[in-house]
Design a protein around this ligand. Structure first.
Ligand code: ZN
Ligand code: FE
Length: 259
């Protein structure tokens, strides 16, 4: 059974550390900084880093890759469509890779960046999703390179995954995302409850991740664009009728950028 821990980096990044206790091999996702990973490896000298998974090219996700590869010889797997330091395996949509004995499906999820990918392992009872800066807890990534339509489509693909899917995103943005979610849906009690819960956790400096897709379906406005109340709020903001969930998504994303 794989164990997953978060190594904090910078102010609000998490480097996900996947550990296989039976073989004492581990893998990391999006090591923007090598130091937290090297520190962990120093404290666990009998463990070997075998794989480095990368979701997209931003510095806070790849900044530690070259140094980690040099120090450990780990294999670097990342999107084919982006420039990734020291990449060994260039991944495209629907590729399947094996990491620590687990099969992961690769999904192209353009929007935050154009080549952004996500990694999905379909285990029961709780599948694993490493989605970088695409789907966040109660939010989604900014559109640096892609269009709202692309991101809306990418999120739609991720939300086809089972309710029980654990969502391992890269940033601790949950609290500010929930404040925005509450502005969009002031009468949504699931959002209010989650906001109270996450406020409590964050006041104790506890991590708010992983999330799961069931909870995201109830509280994440960016995947609730089909809800009448969300559409009406988006219409109120834009002063027009947003005719499609994708247009509602675009209105929400533009609003959130200035929130
Ligand atoms: Zn990013
Ligand atoms: Fe990031």
């Amino acid at each position: 059974m794989i164990q997953i821990d978060a190594l904090p980096a910078f102010t609000d990044n998490y480097i996900w550390l996947l550990q296989d206790p039976s073989s004492k091999r581990c893998a990391v996702v999006d090591p923007g900084d090598a130091a937290p990973v090297l520190g962990w490896l120093e404290q666990h000298p009998d463990w070997q880093l075998t794989d480095i998974l990368v979701t997209h090219h931003h510095h806070d996700h790849v900044g530690g890759v070259a140094q980690l590869k040099q120090a450990t010889g780990a294999r670097v797997l990342g999107p084919a469509a982006e420039s990734i330091p020291a990449r060994d395996v260039a991944l495209v949509d629907n590729d399947r890779i094996n990491v620590l004995g687990l099969d992961f499906d690769v999904y192209a999820v353009p929007g935050h960046t154009l080549g952004h990918i996500a990694f999905y392992h379909a285990q029961t009872p709780a599948p694993l999703l490493f989605c970088g800066d695409t789907l966040f807890a109660a939010g989604c990534g900014r559109l640096f390179e892609g269009t709202p339509e692309q991101m809306h489509h990418s999120l739609g693909r991720l939300t086809e995954l089972p309710d029980s899917t654990l969502v391992y995103c890269t940033h601790e943005y949950t609290l500010s995302n929930l404040r925005f979610a509450q502005a969009v849906e002031p009468h949504n009690t699931d959002i209010a409850e989650r906001l109270a819960q996450v406020s409590q956790w964050r006041s104790e400096n506890r991590i708010s991740l992983p999330s799961n897709l069931a909870l995201e379906r109830l509280t994440n406005p960016f995947i609730r664009t089909h809800e009448t109340s969300v559409k009406e709020k988006a219409d109120e903001r834009t002063g027009t009728s947003n005719p499609s969930p994708s247009a509602v998504f675009a209105a929400l994303r533009a609003w959130k950028d200035k929130f």
